[in-house]
Design a binder for this molecule. Structure first.
Ligand code: KG4
Ligand code: ZN
Length: 338
């Protein structure tokens, strides 16, 4: 069976649409990022996000269909992220997807955003099962054991902050722009990705926990006279070297934490053949290299998606929608974001 799926994603601050075709694979992957709208607030403002989704959803979906050279009539089903995410943002994508699918007489498939990330590296790679998917972004930090398309189970998750959130919060502490990850990577490169401040690596347990790391960075800055807890002010705005050293130490610490967790997961699941590193944080070249080297030492393959498929996108939603269509797993029109 040949399917053409229109994927729609609007769970946070990206309005995205894509078309995936059984034979020709990913035909388009369009996106409007709201980063500039939220930058001045240092994080995503839900009200601004949903308003922007409303403005952009029609042109982005049109553009995805045009770039794919596919008319709405030729689409077999619409796949849409229904959860998890910001309720207002999710509502825009889900209502829009229902409306066009209903009016064009197409089927609908509700997709969990995390399933999108988990399988995002499978769009461009033939990853052997079972593999371990390390899913790290601004909203989530989890590891899954993936046994087949759509067949996966949670191995570990964060008990507090997500890894990307730690980058974003530490960046904010030092008056660096949102999102923090890319800036922190650039700064860390200027001092050679070395470990200057030896931040704590946390407990040797499977679950992730990043709030302690964030606090450790904060108190280290206070100790160095670089942060005033009373006024919540960063006091060394001109000290590029300090910012670079903090960024570098944070990144090295994060790499060590990831390796430690993967090691524990592999000990529990020796059948694992590969690691897939996905989500916004997987854009980071330093962390990609650290994990690739780690996997080489363990004789397992390491995969990551191209950067456009790491951060939130609709390509991964269309891809999951596609295999769900092949598995005849369509949804009812009463799918909800709750
Ligand atoms: O997947 P994503 O777009 O959104 C969520 O689902 O959360 O991920 C965004 C997160 C942000 O926290 C951002 O700081 C982080 O991914 N990120 C990075 C890099 N690029 C984006 N973190 C580390 N290094 C990067 N180069
Ligand atoms: Zn995401």
């Amino acid at each position: 069976m040949n399917y053409k799926i229109l994927g729609i994603e609007s769970s946070c601050d990206e309005t995205a649409a894509a078309v995936y075709d059984s034979e020709k694979k990913l035909l388009s992957n369009e996106l409007f990022s709201q980063i500039d709208l939220h930058k001045e607030f240092g994080g995503v403002i839900p009200e601004i996000a949903s308003r922007s989704h409303l403005e952009k959803i029609v042109p982005i979906v049109e553009s995805a269909l045009n770039k794919a050279g596919v008319a709405l009539d030729e689409i077999d089903a619409v796949a849409v992220t229904t959860k998890p995410g910001l309720p207002g943002s999710l509502s825009v994508g889900t209502s829009f997807a229902k409306a066009i699918a209903w009016s064009a007489g197409k089927k609908i498939i509700g997709i969990n955003h995390l399933e999108g990330h988990v399988f995002s590296a499978c769009i461009e790679n033939d990853i052997p099962f079972p593999f371990l998917a390390l899913t790290v972004s601004g909203g989530h930090s989890s590891m899954y054991l993936v046994k087949g398309l759509g067949d996966f189970e949670l191995v570990a998750t964060t008990i507090d902050d997500a890894a990307g959130e730690a980058f974003d919060k530490v960046a904010k502490m030092m008056n660096l722009p949102y999102p923090g990850g890319p800036v922190i990577e650039k700064l860390a490169a200027t001092v050679g990705f070395e470990d200057f401040f030896s931040y704590p690596r946390g407990k040797k347990k499977l679950h992730f926990s990043f709030s302690g790391l964030k606090t450790a960075v904060l108190y280290d800055l206070v100790k160095q006279g670089a942060y005033d807890l009373k006024t919540k002010q960063f006091l060394k705005d001109d000290d590029q070297e300090l910012k670079a050293k903090v960024s570098s130490s944070l990144l090295v610490c994060m790499g060590d934490v990831f390796k430690q967790k993967i090691k524990l997961a592999l000990a529990e699941h020796p059948e694992v053949k590969a690691l897939s590193f996905v989500g916004g944080v997987a854009c980071n070249q330093y962390l990609r290299d650290v994990l690739s080297n780690f996997c080489k030492g363990r004789k397992i393959e390491c995969y990551y998606p191209s950067r456009r498929l790491c951060t939130d996108n609709a390509g991964m939603i269309a891809f999951v929608g596609h295999y769900k269509a092949l598995q005849n797993k369509f949804s009812d029109f009463d799918i909800s974001i709750l």
